[in-house]
Design a protein around this ligand. Sequence first.
Ligand code: BJW
Length: 229
Amino acid sequence: MSEIRNIVILTGAGISAESGLNTFRGPGGLWEGHRVEDICTPEALARNRELVLDFYDQRRAALGTVHPNPAHEALARLDREWRGDLLIVTQNVDDLHERAGAKRLLHMHGELMSALCEQCGHRAGYGGSMLDGTLCGACGTADALRPDIVFFGEMPYEMDRIDTALAQADLFVSIGTSGAVYPAAGFVRSARYHGARTLELNLEPSAGSYDFDERRMGPASVLVPAWVD
Ligand code: BJW
């Protein structure tokens, strides 16, 4: 990697699968028997508020039972040791990258362990239930907290920072994502357009697999440490 200085890494649900968290698509990848695209919308939250808040309360609680796997640990090692610029852009709402020790990380689709106030837009770390009428710490409104998760039709976080990093990347690596959801699915083309080399690490080829210069297929817990080391 001698000619490489700036690295952007995109991760998806596949990197956390071997930690025991379900992916969204493919066999068994259903959200309570529904397509994620039908449920993860602001409209569905408005229609079924209690159901959705309860579902995320349970997901938040379940995070405590899972642990980072060798793929998260390898990326955290790379983050610690890489002297050039590096940005891990995760689509995942779990906190396994940070628990493995990654620092140069952003959550473009939000975080399970954070709440968003629908009244004032304040975002803050949150570990409890959103069904108990907790007041927003910033504006004091009750019953206005929702999961800080980017639903379909909402703008992902930190797009300016991501676009800048993609434009400066020498290497773009995509790990464990199906390439079914935009704008993340378009990052490979953007990085290539700006001259980056592109690599996909996945269990099976993603929707945009042939946009990558190189593809390696297998479980993330094996492929990612092998690539990093
Ligand atoms: C392994 C493995 C192992 C398994 N090792 N690998 C029509 C055309 C184009 C776009 C649109 C369209 N209509 C609407 C849109 C836009 C829409 C969209 O993309 N829709 C598609 C369905 C078509 N996107 C949006 O609305 C986004 N916002 C937006 O576009 O704003 C406007 C904008 C304009 C201009 C610039 C920027 C923005 C918002 C998307 C929000 C997504 N939110 C979710 C929330 C889930 C909440 C929850 O957790 O409950 O984010 S949906 C869900 O999908 C989640 C994920 O982050 C995301 C991606 O899924 P991911 O990670 O790829 O998982 P899977 O399951 O799909 O794939 C897993 C992969 O792992 C597979 O490939 C396996 O092979 C692999 N794998 N085991 C390695 N052991």
